[in-house]
Design a binder for this molecule. Structure first.
Ligand code: SF4
Length: 139
């Protein structure tokens, strides 16, 4: 239940064709932070993970990213849409990023909750069809 899902920052950086300094600048952290994550000395943490995933999605979809709508993709009912802050805020392409949103009546409060639910969600897979690069335990 508490199996940690940690993104592989190095794979994402190479996918984005960025060096460590460029990725650090885009995310707003030090180059040393990126180096430490890639060496396995520390975990990226949620702000770095969210930014890296968003950059990947932007690379895949460009300006079309914000046209994606989670509620259409997973066929939310009118009642679900009416009770959903993501729908009310017109933020269907970043539902995965917003902690605390009700999704299918699940209260996904923490980034760990979100990763567990969203990485297996068909909508998230629509945004990142190649999947999320993850560190393997004991790697
Ligand atoms: S499970 Fe996550 S990615 Fe899927 S619709 Fe809900 S919040 Fe969005």
């Amino acid at each position: 239940m508490n199996s940690e899902l940690i993104i592989d920052l190095k794979v994402i950086r190479k996918d984005l064709d960025l060096n460590q300094s460029e990725l650090a600048a885009l995310i707003g952290v030090s180059e040393r932070t990126i180096q430490s994550c890639e060496q396995g000395w520390r975990n990226p943490g949620q702000s770095v993970e969210k930014a890296a995933l968003l950059l990947m999605m932007a690379r895949r979809h460009g300006a079309d990213l914000e046209k994606h709508r989670c509620w259409d993709s997973i066929n939310c009912t009118d009642e679900e849409r009416a009770n959903c802050l993501v729908h009310q805020s017109h933020l269907g392409h970043v539902c995965w990023l917003l902690s605390g949103n009700l999704c299918r009546s699940r209260n996904l409060r923490t980034w760990d909750d979100k990763k567990q639910a969203c990485f297996e969600c068909t909508f998230f897979q629509e945004l990142l069809p190649d999947g999320v690069p993850l560190l393997t335990p004991d790697a």
